[in-house]
Ligand binder design. Sequence first.
Ligand code: HEC
Ligand code: HEC
Length: 192
Amino acid sequence: MIMKKITLSLALCGFLFVGCTNEATVSKDSVTEQKANFVAAEEIGLRKQSVKDEKIVETKGVPYSVDAPGTSKKIERSFDNAPPMIPHDTEGMLPITKDSNQCTGCHMPVVAKDMGATPIPKSHFTNLRKEMGEKGRDLGEELYQGRFNCSQCHAPQAKLDPLVKNNFKPDFKNPNAKFQSNLIDSINEGVK
Ligand code: HEC
Ligand code: HEC
């Protein structure tokens, strides 16, 4: 039994050793072949510039919406309960800081109707980290702090010709979902 084990280990060692030497001695032919299949740094990305060159990484001249809030056209949601994208100008509003959040000035439910803005939904006044029904989950009129930084999820949009076409087509459960969310009512769908 012991002998068998020793022979087996010896055989294994031998096998590994052969494996190693094989790797170490890559034939000249395969190096030439690899070079022929080599992709140049300029060909890797869509911007056709060396991936090592960071100079033109920054996107300049992107035509974001300049329509003032109240004059822009809402954008169809990407899918059921997707965060709506910002259709209006955000000049002077970003970045949101601890002391300055203009978004809430128009979108808090108490003022939104008068401003003609979509009110921040119930889901943003809920602490989803707590169990359903647990005290403290429903925050009433207090915005959950995890939702304070609006632009983390809601982004301004620009009209551009995408380099890669997106063929995704959403299937809305009902036509209203294209311009409205109902996450707080449907979040437990399918959960017993
Ligand atoms: C001066 C008021 C005002 C401010 C400030 C404002 N918004 Fe708006 N927002 C509106 C109005 C009004 C609309 C509806 C579209 C329109 O009429 O232009 C809107 C639309 C939106 C929508 C689309 C809602 C939907 O139903 O599709 C999102 C998302 C949004 N705003 C997010 C933000 C964020 C994030 C900020 C802060 C960076 C912000 N807004 C600041 C007034 C405002
Ligand atoms: C962590 C991501 C996240 C953050 C942060 C966030 N939202 Fe949302 N928001 C969403 C998602 C996802 C939805 C759609 C599902 C839902 O209603 O919860 C949404 C929906 C909305 C809607 C549409 C409501 C409706 O009835 O259709 C508005 C308006 C909105 N958010 C405004 C805001 C504002 C203003 C802030 C900042 C104070 C903010 N959100 C912060 C993810 C976020």
